[in-house]
Ligand binder design. Structure first.
Ligand SMILES: Cc1ncc(COP(=O)(O)O)c(C=O)c1O
Length: 484
């Protein structure tokens, strides 16, 4: 245990360190050097034989994190859906670590449990659910929320599933997601005992949206072959291209076929909070369940996923267990013991970083931040097009997939990768390569994900790309190749 003086010195240094990080992050290189020997060398001397001072330990770790990580909160991080953390979220996570509320039994942390229920109702309402019947649970992230969706779909379809597992299912259950859907569904299929072969990847149209006809045809074929269609998943904001599937039409197919309808809005769900973007999610209110990640577009520090459902009894049916060792002090109250609604048992107070961020920013503050990022995405599109890049995806959300227009015929995946690497290695910005469409075409992918990203950052990315194109262009184009 640290003495009072040391503790106080540690808190001062912690606050200084965090404040220094937040104010100086935009002057850092976005990406680190990937030197595993240096990192292991720094750790080799730390064998826990000699106790370190508290402040020294903090300085050691902070220095290493400055040097050895991609700074996802950087305004020129045009990366995966990892935003800059909100300040209130950082404060909330520190408070949670200190108070350490136990989110298993309601009676241990009634305030925390009620905050999360309050948020579940608020988010449900934003997605168009009836607040009187919405239920949900905070998860470690989108993957756990998607896994939860699969388990609730199985429990709903096969009342015997909780007791008998898949042996209780009459036939092999299969489910449907577009070829652009997130691969957490593969893991969920494996972890639930269905196996990855139960995931039916449906092809997409030129706009990278799931083909409704192909879905209907596959379901028919599966039924004829004796499979049991279980669930259709619409992705609202695909990972590679930010594209939204035709939610309304897919909801109709699900209703006609009598299968569970899940919308994976892990990132794109942020559109629900901005009136002019909300129509992009039309039909989401018909979903039996929704995945939304507050650690994506709501900028909560990781991890903060949410699973929502309009079936108030399904989580309890899926996860409810009776024990003789959990406290029963809340018996008789109309409250939820979080462990009866979740894959997790003991868990941290995930909702606080969302609650405190929302308390201070309000829905309007978030709408403004998301609107700003969408506008930066729009700017990035036209700046790229003006510079001879061809944008190949269509979405109102700020993910931009592009290739070199002049080299469309001759460019190879190696060329795009070289451009990407060159930008990342410069430390000026971070972007990635993605593969899109049923044929896995390689593209450069840039997502405006930090609320700090401004016009100058977007322009800096385009200039960095233009320089990389000059450096790499000649070297990588094979004339006549159509590898792209
Ligand atoms: C569409 C989609 N669904 C689910 C996930 C998984 O979320 P997480 O990484 O929070 O588990 C992601 C991650 O990027 C995603 O893009």
């Amino acid at each position: 245990m640290l003495d009072d003086q040391t503790r106080e010195a540690l808190w001062r240094r912690l606050v200084e360190t965090v404040e220094n990080y937040l104010t100086k992050i935009d002057s850092a290189r976005v990406a680190p050097e990937l030197d595993v020997e240096k990192i292991r060398g720094a750790l080799a001397g730390r064998d826990f034989a000699e106790p370190a001072g508290a402040v020294e330990a903090l300085d050691f770790v902070a220095d290493a994190m400055w040097r050895f990580q991609v700074h996802t909160g950087h305004p020129r991080y045009f990366g995966l859906f990892n935003p800059a953390s909100t300040t209130m979220g950082i404060a909330a996570d520190a408070l949670v670590a200190a108070f350490n509320p136990q989110l298993a039994a309601w009676s241990h942390s009634p305030f925390a449990a009620e905050v999360e229920q309050h948020l579940i109702r608020s988010f449900g309402q934003k997605f168009g659910y009836d607040p009187a019947s919405v239920d949900g649970v905070f998860t470690s992230g989108g993957s756990e929320a998607n896994h939860t969706a699969l388990l609730t779909a199985l429990t709903s379809a096969f009342p015997e599933f909780s007791e008998q597992g898949l042996r209780g299912a009459p036939g092999q259950p299969v489910f449907y997601v577009s070829s652009q859907g997130h691969h957490s569904f593969l893991k969920a299929a494996r972890a639930s005992g269905l196996g990855a072969a139960a995931v039916r990847e449906i092809s997409v149209d030129d706009e990278l949206r799931m083909k409704v006809d192909a879905l209907a045809e596959r379901i028919e074929r599966d039924r004829a072959a004796g499979f049991r269609p279980l669930m259709i998943i619409a992705t609202a904001g695909t990972t590679s291209a930010g594209v939204v599937d035709p939610i309304d039409e897919l909801a109709e197919v699900a209703s006609r076929e009598g299968v569970w309808f899940h919308v994976d809005a892990a990132w794109g769900g942020g559109a629900a909070f901005v009136p002019e973007l909300r129509p992009a999610l039309g039909g989401i209110e018909k979903a039996d369940s929704i995945t939304f990640d507050a650690h994506k577009w709501l900028s909560a520090p990781m991890g903060a996923g949410i699973y929502l459902t309009r079936h108030p009894e399904i989580l309890k049916r899926t996860f409810g267990v009776a024990t003789n060792y959990m406290p029963r002090d809340a018996a008789g109250l109309e409250v939820v013991d979080p462990f009866t609604h979740s894959i997790q048992w003991s868990r941290r107070f995930i909702g606080l970083k969302v609650f405190m961020s929302l308390l201070v920013a309000g829905w309007d503050g978030y709408a403004e931040a998301i609107r700003h990022q969408a506008a930066m995405g729009e700017r990035l599109r036209w700046r790229l097009q003006d510079s001879g890049w061809a944008v190949i995806n269509h979405t109102p959300l700020p993910v931009v997939c592009f290739v070199d227009r002049a080299l469309w015929e001759g460019a190879t995946a190696e060329y795009l990768e070289a451009v990407c690497k060159s930008v990342v290695a410069s430390g000026e910005a971070w972007l990635s390569i993605a593969r899109v469409g049923d044929d896995n075409r390689p593209v450069l992918r840039a997502c405006v994900t930090s609320y700090r990203t401004n016009v100058a950052d977007v322009d800096a990315l385009v200039e960095s790309l233009n320089r990389a194109r000059i450096r790499e262009g000649g070297r990588n184009v094979r004339s006549g190749s159509k590898a792209i």
